[in-house]
Write a protein that binds this ligand. Structure first.
Ligand code: FES
Length: 163
């Protein structure tokens, strides 16, 4: 091989060097930005968490209102979620009803004298077990929380629809 075949011109040398250095610099700047943008999506999905709400000894067969709050991370946004439920005992089972009316989402209240829930917005009514009263606006029963009891403490999780 002749020396001439391996010779790199000054222009080529500068072009290769600048392209390489420029590429490293661009990658160095872009990688953190890409990582930041994708970070929430790369994390494992939010697991269903159970929150301690009350003690089993607090409960009776009459629905009682309990409230609790927890922080929630939704991608880049962290917020505090306020929740409430009407919890009662059905034999040995713990039932936790959502207080959100299934008509248009107003907050219901329990009327102990009538033994039923009433919605202040459009006159919706639900029986003590959360069943919608026929002839009133709600077309389905109140949603129920996932419930677990451990060491005498009642934990509530996700709200589930029942039809
Ligand atoms: S929102 Fe409850 S009856 Fe309409």
């Amino acid at each position: 091989m002749s020396e001439r075949e391996h010779k790199v011109s000054r222009r080529q040398f500068l072009s290769y060097t600048l392209t390489g250095v420029g590429g490293f610099m661009a990658a160095g700047m872009l990688m953190p930005m890409v990582r930041f943008a994708l970070d929430p999506a790369l994390k494992a999905g939010a697991e269903s968490s159970m929150e301690a709400v009350c003690e089993l000894d607090d409960l009776t067969d009459t629905p009682q209102r309990f409230t609790w709050s927890f922080s929630q991370q939704d991608s880049w946004y962290e917020s505090t979620v306020e929740q409430e439920a009407y919890i009662y005992l059905d034999g040995d089972d713990v039932i936790a009803l959502s207080s959100v009316c299934t008509h248009l989402g107003c907050t219901i209240a329990y009327n102990e004298d009538e033994s039923e829930f009433a919605c202040p917005c459009h006159g919706g009514r639900f029986t003590e077990d959360g069943t919608n009263v026929p002839g009133t606006p709600p077309r389905r029963p109140l949603d129920v929380f996932e419930v677990s009891v451990e060491n005498g403490t009642v934990y509530l999780g996700e709200v589930n629809r029942r039809d």
